[in-house]
Design a binder for this molecule. Sequence first.
Ligand SMILES: *[C@@H]1O[C@H](CO)[C@@H](O)[C@H](O)[C@H]1NC(C)=O
Ligand SMILES: *[C@@H]1O[C@H](CO)[C@@H](O)[C@H](O)[C@H]1NC(C)=O
Ligand SMILES: *[C@@H]1O[C@H](CO)[C@@H](O)[C@H](O)[C@H]1NC(C)=O
Ligand SMILES: *[C@@H]1O[C@H](CO)[C@@H](O)[C@H](O)[C@H]1NC(C)=O
Ligand SMILES: *[C@@H]1O[C@H](CO)[C@@H](O)[C@H](O)[C@H]1NC(C)=O
Ligand SMILES: *[C@@H]1O[C@H](CO)[C@@H](O)[C@H](O)[C@H]1NC(C)=O
Length: 609
Amino acid sequence: MKSFGLFVGLLVAAGVAAAPGKDYEHKVKESVAPPRGWTKVKPAPADHFIDLRIGLPQPKFHELEQHLYEISDPFHERYGAHLSKEEVEALIAPHEESVSAVDEWLASYGFASHELSRSSAGDWVKLRIPVSLAEEMLKTEYHVWQHEESGDAVVRTTSYSLPEHLHVHIDVVQPTTTFARMRGMKATYHYADEEARVVNIAQPTIPIPSAYNGQVNSSCNGSLTPTCLRELYNIGDYTPQAADVNKIACTGYLEQYANFEDFNDFNAKYLPEAINSTFDVIYINNGSNDQSLDAAGVEADLDTQYAFGLSYPTPATFYTTGGSPPFIPDDITTSDSNEPYADWLSYILNDPNPPQTISTSYGDDEQTVPYSYATRVCRELAQLGARGVSIIFSSGDNGVGDGDSDPATQECYTNNGLNETKFVPAFPASCPYVTAVGATWYIPEETYFISGGGFSNYFSRPLYQDIAVPHYVKNLGNTYEGLYNASGRAYPDVAAQGQFFWIFSGGENFLIGGTSAAAPTVGGIVSLLNDARLAKGLPALGFLNPLIYAIGAIVPDAFNDIVGGSNRGCGTEGFTAEVGWDPVTGFGTPNFGKLHDIAVGNIGGLFDF
Ligand SMILES: *[C@@H]1O[C@H](CO)[C@@H](O)[C@H](O)[C@H]1NC(C)=O
Ligand SMILES: *[C@@H]1O[C@H](CO)[C@@H](O)[C@H](O)[C@H]1NC(C)=O
Ligand SMILES: *[C@@H]1O[C@H](CO)[C@@H](O)[C@H](O)[C@H]1NC(C)=O
Ligand SMILES: *[C@@H]1O[C@H](CO)[C@@H](O)[C@H](O)[C@H]1NC(C)=O
Ligand SMILES: *[C@@H]1O[C@H](CO)[C@@H](O)[C@H](O)[C@H]1NC(C)=O
Ligand SMILES: *[C@@H]1O[C@H](CO)[C@@H](O)[C@H](O)[C@H]1NC(C)=O
């Protein structure tokens, strides 16, 4: 049943043919240039279903942000006073006027207010509708777009409209203009055992002053196990004490399945005390976790084996979110074109008791996500931080941008229709409310040249970076001027080893790398820090960055500074890793022992008021 409003009635009376919803004056809400590297293949089938998400403005978000910064600031008396789910929701709730304006519009298409699916804060409304209706409501045409290089395809549009009076009541409608592919950040090359090992037999250990007992087993150079990381990052024999309350999680997308047999083989070989341990799987939006060995996902196995291995026996969760990888265009009717990342966010924000540490190794170029939507996603990550969750993302595997050293590939061009040459920041790493992790390799540690790093073009520099980042930019002088945005949020924040990780996947034992390996390593270590705090009755660390930048300024040896080397890309050598923070390895890699002492309140005045 469609409900016709009074206005429609008047139009009909005046002899104008009216159809549901069409009585409003539409105006373009968002329009993007046809994305580089994608081809418009054909009109989307009218009966293809999409889960349309309508984002209503969050007028009090700045208040939420202020809370977030206060409770994450180690010098603030409210440090650790995380907000409840209800408190966060009250701060992101839309204005009543927006709710009724949107409800009224949807009612004109026959969607009764009480039938609509909403986020519990009411800031999102979700509708499962055929393309034909979405096209009518948004005065647009959806097409099947194919990514030339990978063959992946999605149903999207480059422009959509909304009734003019709704522009102030709706921030964003998706899926429309987002062309992100959210790929896993594992480096695609496997290193064979023989190639990787650079063991110096004459020298059984490598002296590393910051390591546990001042040394690391030589076999770890180019061949990492959880034991190696415990030595290198000075975790030593720390044993978790708060497994009753602490939790850690990794996210999985795009049919990446974490295999239990691989997990057990890994533990049997590298972490015997964890043998027969397991993790929970939470299935979101019809996600699955196929246990046949040939369905095992390298990304999922890497993430779970290291994040959960380092934090064992902390209870662990793997989130598997449905939504196939962008599909083959011919197969369109059997696939959906949702954005699985949005499904995970809506799930986790609805969880009254989310894990204190969550690591994600997926992302894409910032410019593939429109500003309006990137802002909303980033704000959801802020909500998690305000709830006391440490959100960790890999910084990407393309240095300052895809396109290796061949300008002819033109990957380092902007997507805005102007084709300017620019470094290409990664998202969500560029969101100021997450902790982005870059990569090192070898022992002693060096910059790994793939380490994603740079400056956001969307998010301005947060206050917590106001000392470290301008210092770096000043020293950079006019190098790369015009290629990066010096006023943007800079990343990564920290780094960890990102190559030569031994994993089991699909029953095989091999080495893998990428910032995908670095993120779960930092995730595991952060979870141990949370453990130490929870065991003392202190709140979890929550959003980490204000603390990380304070430590970087005051207790710099709590991170192992990486100096030298650069993150090449876009036909350049990229940024150079300097003393202190840099957009290659952040402040460096963690020294768990020192961070632990800070976290439980033994160092400096960081936590003393
Ligand atoms: C170094 O690692 C190798 C390989 O894991 C192991 O066989 C050896 O016992 C280790 N040496 C020390 C001193 O821990
Ligand atoms: C570790 O391996 C790298 C790369 O082969 C090498 O340059 C470095 O010297 C090795 N470290 C030690 C202490 O031998
Ligand atoms: C692990 O599980 C296997 C198979 O159920 C069992 O035989 C073995 O005793 C278990 N090991 C430990 C240490 O519990
Ligand atoms: C959920 O997944 C199952 C098995 O993969 C499939 O048969 C079913 O159609 C899916 N349901 C939805 C709503 O996508
Ligand atoms: C930008 O590049 C695209 C793809 O190569 C091309 O179609 C377009 O005309 C270019 N735009 C400008 C302004 O040069
Ligand atoms: C640079 O970043 C700022 C803040 O994030 C933004 O307002 C501005 O538009 C960006 N400039 C370019 C050229 O991207």
